[in-house]
Ligand binder design. Sequence first.
Ligand SMILES: Cc1cc2nc3c(=O)[nH]c(=O)nc-3n(C[C@H](O)[C@H](O)[C@H](O)COP(=O)(O)OP(=O)(O)OC[C@H]3O[C@@H](n4cnc5c(N)ncnc54)[C@H](O)[C@@H]3O)c2cc1C
Length: 386
Amino acid sequence: MSDSFRLSEEQELFRDTVRRLAEERIAPRAAEIDETDEFPWDIHALLAQNELMGVGYPEEFGGSGGPIEFAIMVEEIARVSASASLIPLVSRLGAIPLFIAGSDAQRKEILTAVVRGERQMAYALTEPEAGSDAAAMRTRGARDEGGWALSGTKRFISNAGIADTYTLFAVTDPEGKRGRNISAFIVRSGEPGFSLGRTEHKMGIRGGPTREVILDGYHASADDLIGKENEGFTYAMRTLDFSRPTVAAQALGIAQGAFDFALQYSRERKQFNQPIAEFQGIQFMFADMAMQIEAARLLVYKAATMVAAKDPSVSYWAAIAKCYASDTAMSVTTDAVQILGGYGYVKEYPVERMMRDAKITQIYEGTNQIQRFVIGRQLTRSGRPR
Ligand SMILES: Cc1cc2nc3c(=O)[nH]c(=O)nc-3n(C[C@H](O)[C@H](O)[C@H](O)COP(=O)(O)OP(=O)(O)OC[C@H]3O[C@@H](n4cnc5c(N)ncnc54)[C@H](O)[C@@H]3O)c2cc1C
């Protein structure tokens, strides 16, 4: 993005391309994905065929584009199906620890395969007793012959079961300082000691699997350690800084999709002998929705720009973008349901699905209370970052 707060011509063209694909090939599947709650392998194949699984990955591994292009793509896919937008989003969340600290061999092996659509990734941080307080995790990595034996349960893991490669965090120095005692590992499904636990049945983002990952004496070799021993928690938090703008983009897409549908509907639906779009009460709702969406979009690009620049203030901007865009998604989708009246509340129309999908964006990758904590701590301790 240039200083003029406009996307480049190439970026706008890229948006048009993704929008066309999303409208033609993903939108017709969106209600079915929600209804069946089955992972849409066909959409993963579609994204890979169109080289979209490589957006936001380094060129040396077959990727293209950076954080802004990735945000544009996620927004456009989420505009028609939040569940489908999770396909590139979650794999990249799992891959970011490798961007940050992976070895050349790890990156080459794994990222190349993800870009080609041959592998999918997941990010396993949360545990039953360690959600917002992730440093309280209990999964343990104990030294064994040639590496570590990993044991513990990770909960709410997106892509669990369909991903074959996980970045997983475990305590490797139980006596060590909190947050300085955790290491990051590559974990592969199908190996001894790896199993899946319960499947969550969710309000929204159905079709995006969320399951427990259980490790029981899983052997991670020395080559499976990501970066330095006991530095894993830093990588985990940095990963969230880099990924939150993408959740913000997903929320923005959900909001835009609900807005677009409600606007069109309001022009067609007549009551009191006129389109409901003519009522000032409805127009003011659209004005408020549009203001929130436009502000959220600027914040998404601002945060993505900070990620691209590896700016020291990235935590602050990522938290602001994620929190504001997800609050926008919740508020805009709720208003879209209201604008459709009774028709908004039934499954024949997509806005009730969008409202259900919006809710998770206020919860995952750190709840919005945690985002406000990150923003508030920055401001009160060090002031607004430049
Ligand atoms: C569908 C789904 C997908 C997910 N995907 C992944 C994934 O792929 N990988 C992964 O590792 N995790 C994943 N998560 C986990 C998610 O990030 C956590 O659910 C989230 O961080 C909150 O943790 P918790 O659910 O344990 O809530 P808790 O931490 O128990 O929080 C409960 C409430 O207390 C509030 N709270 C907690 N601490 C504070 C505080 N200090 N100040 C103020 N309020 C506070 C919270 O905001 C919340 O409202 C996923 C969750 C879901 C539901």
